[in-house]
Ligand binder design. Structure first.
Ligand code: UT7
Length: 317
């Protein structure tokens, strides 16, 4: 496959560290030092589906295709107001596409899982042009009185249009069942028959465990796919990494012994937007004119599951 268009959308509401200092026992200094985050965008008057639709429309416009040309939509999403139908179905109607749609939930790695699925769909000849998007509102999963969680997240949506091509060199997806380190459980409707205790509550995360696992697994994935593609770390123009924490990006840069110019980041202004972080950053790079034809881009993400996904694409837009 080949990326031919990108788009993104973020909520209007900016929540700065200073605003959080006013409601929690936290400080701008702690948040910046531990995460790199300065401010985040948070859903307020918008709905997530509106952001998803906006990101999708921008990617379609950027790709110069008609919605009728899209023959599959894959949306990465963890939560939104609808359990069903899938967010991709809502996007399909709003952008005027007519194709089959599906959502995937691989937590923060979801965009890379979706890209990989799109590549398979194209390779099999079942689709030619696929809209791949990620739309996330993790700020609706956390307890806003818990300083260890709510300061970390932001909301947003990112999208790409991909079509036939040989520009996805290699990808790697891994999953290791690790329920205890990161989860969010929802209570379902009661029935007269349910006898088990149902637990619900805000998202839980063992931050230290996730941090350690993230650095190790992302570094391992990156080494693995570089080797498979026959590339060295410096052959990659940009490492578009999941934007969860600037210290994780720094640790991976350190591991690869590369200077930070290879590691674009926006976590400072977006917070952790789950699976939307990679396409949001990709869209910014593309629109700022930082990507040239032939550049090799490595994307890598990790998240609840524990899932990881990484891939290398050549920019051919
Ligand atoms: O996309 C999903 C993947 N998620 C991630 O990638 C997150 C990975 N983990 C992390 O990024 C880091 O573990 C955190 C940023 C979540 C936490 O940083 P840390 O350096 O691991 O801090 P910690 O959890 O060990 O907490 C250190 C101290 C604790 O106080 P004590 O027990 O040492 O007295 C916390 O209570 O910092 C305290 N603390 C805070 N203090 C001020 C926790 N949150 C805050 C806060 N403001 N917001």
């Amino acid at each position: 496959m080949r990326v031919i268009g990108t788009g993104s959308a973020r909520p209007a509401k900016v929540v700065t560290n200073a605003m959080l200092e006013g409601m929690l026992d936290t400080s701008d200094e702690w948040i910046r030092e531990r995460t790199g985050i300065v401010e985040r965008r948070v859903i307020s008057s918008e709905r997530l589906e509106e952001l998803a639709i906006e990101a999708a429309k921008r990617a379609i416009e950027d790709a110069g295709v008609s919605p009728a040309d899209i023959d599959y939509i894959i949306c990465s999403n963890v939560v939104n107001e609808y359990v069903t139908p899938a967010l991709s179905c809502i996007v399909q109607g709003a952008v005027g596409a007519k194709c089959a749609c599906v959502d995937v939930n691989a937590a923060c790695s979801g965009f890379i899982y979706a890209l990989d699925m799109a590549d398979d769909r194209i390779k099999s000849g079942k689709a030619k042009t696929v809209l791949v998007l990620a739309a996330e509102e993790p700020t609706r999963m956390v307890d806003w009185s818990d300083r260890s969680m709510c300061v970390l997240f932001g909301d947003g949506a990112g999208a790409v249009v991909v079509t036939e091509g040989d520009e996805l060199f290699v990808s790697r997806l891994t999953t290791k069942s690790m329920l205890d380190c990161l989860y969010y459980r929802r209570r379902l409707e009661p029935t007269p028959y349910v006898e088990t205790e149902e637990i619900s509550g805000p998202m839980y995360m063992n931050g230290r465990e996730v941090f350690k696992t993230a650095v190790l697994s992302s570094s391992r994935d990156i080494s693995h796919i570089l080797k498979e593609a026959g590339l060295t770390p410096s052959d990659i123009k940009y490492y578009v990494l999941h934007q969860a924490n600037m210290r994780i990006v720094d640790a991976i840069a350190n591991y690869l012994k590369l200077d930070m110019s290879h590691f674009p980041h926006n976590v400072e202004y977006s917070g952790n937007t789950s699976s939307a972080s990679v396409p949001l950053l990709l869209d910014t790079l593309s629109r700022e004119g930082k990507l040239q034809r032939g550049d090799k881009i490595l994307m890598s993400a990790f998240g609840a599951g524990f899932t990881t996904g990484a891939c290398i694409v050549e920019w051919a837009k």
